[in-house]
Design a protein around this ligand. Structure first.
Ligand SMILES: [Zn+2]
Length: 347
């Protein structure tokens, strides 16, 4: 529903050429792009997480078009400086990648290096250890591979049909919503029960998708890359007790410092929506001393964000809008702020 509203707005703006006008009149100083996976293949018919992937060609087009439109591509430190500057600054774009998928090494890094693009890679340390669950893709893979999914429930197993595309989509939506609303320990337990019945090894699944520390070292050693913290387990922070929430944030920074000798200055909230991270999480991140932290709340960056660097909006460069003409719209963070209610939402 939400996506269709955005898509309608994108189509209208992209096709009428209104977006360059908005860009000129916008007060936005810049935008931060969110990316996850970079893969050459078109997503399969059933791929509910396709919104998390773009092609290498699209990434390259985004870089070229960003610069051609007059934006600097900067890192988060420079973005923070420009946000803090009260005067008008040159418009900028920041590229960020969440979760450290292995495809970033094969498909994104060569393009980022070719175009000399600084970027931030947000790492969940237990995913990198291969000891947490990429649960949103595990659910997808279980449903994709099954015609019937056995769902262990208190009253006994439930057999959910997943033979047709429509059945798969409906079941994925149901399972995703259930896992989002369960407390995290219960969600982990439920996912393992589901995976056991489906014969999916969650550890191997995680290790197949996420870079290990040796692979990540390639990024850590690259001057274009800043490694950012993304918690230990990729839990939805708002669901956690206060002490666990703070531990997840602080510990991920300590582990990355122990691995690479440098403490991350930037943080990304897992999932990052208003439900997943709010004032309590923002306060903790600020108190722990991060320079900036990014959400997935859509919006452009304004001087007002200087007082809220721990809750910066981002714009998802995602697979649902993978057409070059949408890039003009992506580059106007203003449209997201307008859709969100006409003003900058810093929560
Ligand atoms: Zn993430």
């Amino acid at each position: 529903m939400r996506y269709s509203v955005y898509r309608a707005a994108f189509e209208t703006l992209a096709l009428t050429g209104v977006s360059p006008l908005i860009r000129r009149v916008s007060r936005a100083k810049g935008v931060i792009f969110t990316l996850h996976r970079v893969l050459p293949d078109a997503p399969a018919a059933f791929s509910p997480n396709a919104i998390l992937q773009v092609t290498p060609e699209f990434l390259e087009a985004a870089i070229v078009k960003t610069r051609a439109a007059g934006f600097d591509i900067v890192d988060l430190d420079e973005a923070a400086r420009r946000i803090e500057a009260p005067e008008k600054t040159k418009p900028f774009v920041v590229f960020t990648f969440d979760d450290a998928y292995r495809d970033n090494l094969q498909y994104a890094l060569p393009i980022l290096k070719k175009h000399n693009v600084p970027f931030t890679l947000f790492v969940s340390t237990a995913l990198t250890d291969g000891k947490a669950e990429v649960w949103w893709l595990a659910l997808e893979d279980i449903v994709a591979a099954s015609t019937v999914v056995v769902i262990p429930e208190r009253s006994g197993p439930r057999y959910a049909d997943a033979a047709t595309l429509a059945q798969k989509q409906k079941l994925y939506d149901e399972l995703y919503a259930r896992h989002r609303t369960m407390p995290e320990p219960r969600r982990v337990e439920a996912l393992h029960a589901l995976a056991d019945r489906a014969g999916l090894d969650l550890g191997a699944h995680c290790r197949s998708l996420i870079m290990n520390w040796a692979e990540l070292a390639t990024f850590a050693d690259d001057p274009l890359c800043a490694i950012g913290a993304h918690t230990v387990h990729h839990y939805e922070l708002s669901k956690l007790p206060e002490d666990t929430m703070r531990f997840e944030i602080d510990r991920s920074r300590s582990i990355i410092k122990a691995q690479f000798g440098k403490a991350p200055a930037h943080f990304s909230y897992p999932i990052g929506s208003p439900v997943a991270a709010g004032p309590r999480e923002f306060a903790a991140v600020k108190e722990l001393g991060f320079r900036t932290a990014v959400t997935t709340r859509p919006g452009g960056l304004y001087h007002e964000h200087a007082g809220h660097l721990e809750a910066l909006p981002r714009i998802s460069l995602n697979g649902r809008f993978q057409k070059e003409r949408f890039l003009d719209v992506f580059l106007t963070g203003a449209i997201f702020s307008m859709l969100a209610g006409g003003k900058v939402n810093v929560g």
